[in-house]
Design a binder for this molecule. Structure first.
Ligand SMILES: Cc1cc2nc3c(=O)[nH]c(=O)nc-3n(C[C@H](O)[C@H](O)[C@H](O)COP(=O)(O)O)c2cc1C
Length: 219
């Protein structure tokens, strides 16, 4: 079991980890990159299938192509948002993708482990969920290393497959920007932008069945 200080460290990382959009030009030391990748590789995974791969992107040309694909998708999605929200949605920073010293495409190989991966037979999307656990481990490790990390998912998978030469059966789950920032957000950027607030946790807790009346577990 963890000592008190170690325990505080875990919760500090959980509560203070942020999605970062702005990066400065400071390079990412290889040791930090390796620690973050290793943390990702130690994530839980359904049937221990470890469906992830990491494409490390340092070429500016490739980063720019990815940012262009994301920009295209943002423009396409913007028709769903009205007025102020639309403007804010459009202004969400894609510069981060181009500025961060390292971008990682984290992928999911649904065929890894063969046709009968333990546990995945019932809920096939557990392979992607395993990759999400991997990315969360990377996020927490990045926080511990003092490294800023951002998750981008506004893209058409076909575009990203084409740019990175990813075979058709492999899912590009996320584009991760890693580097350093001069503006580490104290709260979620979307909260600061009045896009969304954190939901009251009491409203999410049910007792015995979905329709139970409210309790105040958190006073
Ligand atoms: C599955 C997933 C996909 C995301 N995709 C994007 C994205 O495409 N662009 C973006 O700006 N943020 C993206 N985010 C980051 C969220 O906007 C962010 O986590 C959320 O606003 C809460 O902020 P926090 O991570 O700082 O707590 C993504 C997060 C997750 C978990």
């Amino acid at each position: 079991m963890l000592e008190r200080l170690q325990k505080n460290g875990v919760y500090k990382a959980i509560f203070e980890r942020r999605d970062v959009r702005e990066f400065n030009s400071k390079p990412l030391p290889e040791e930090k990159l390796k620690s973050i990748l290793l943390a990702g590789h130690h994530a839980p995974s359904v049937g221990f299938m470890q469906p992830w791969d990491f494409i490390l992107i340092e070429s500016q040309e490739v980063k720019d192509s990815l940012a262009k694909a994301c920009q295209k998708e943002i423009l396409a999605l913007a028709i769903h948002y009205e007025d102020e929200k639309k403007t804010k949605f459009l202004s969400l920073k894609l510069e981060g993708l181009k500025e961060a010293p390292v971008t990682i495409c984290v992928t999911c190989d649904p065929t890894r482990g063969g046709g009968h991966v333990l546990g995945r037979n019932s809920i096939p999307e557990t392979d992607i969920l395993s990759v999400a656990c991997c990315i969360q481990n990377m996020w927490l490790a990045a926080y511990a290393e003092g490294v800023a990390m951002g998750w981008v998912s506004f893209y058409k998978k076909t575009d990203v497959r084409e740019i990175l030469h990813i075979p058709p059966h492999i899912e590009p789950v996320a584009l991760i920007s890693l580097g350093f920032t001069d503006n580490y957000p104290q709260a979620p950027i979307l909260e600061k932008e009045n896009w969304e607030k954190r939901v009251q946790i009491n409203n999410l807790i049910h007792y015995d069945n979905w329709n139970s009346s409210k309790h105040n577990l958190f006073k």
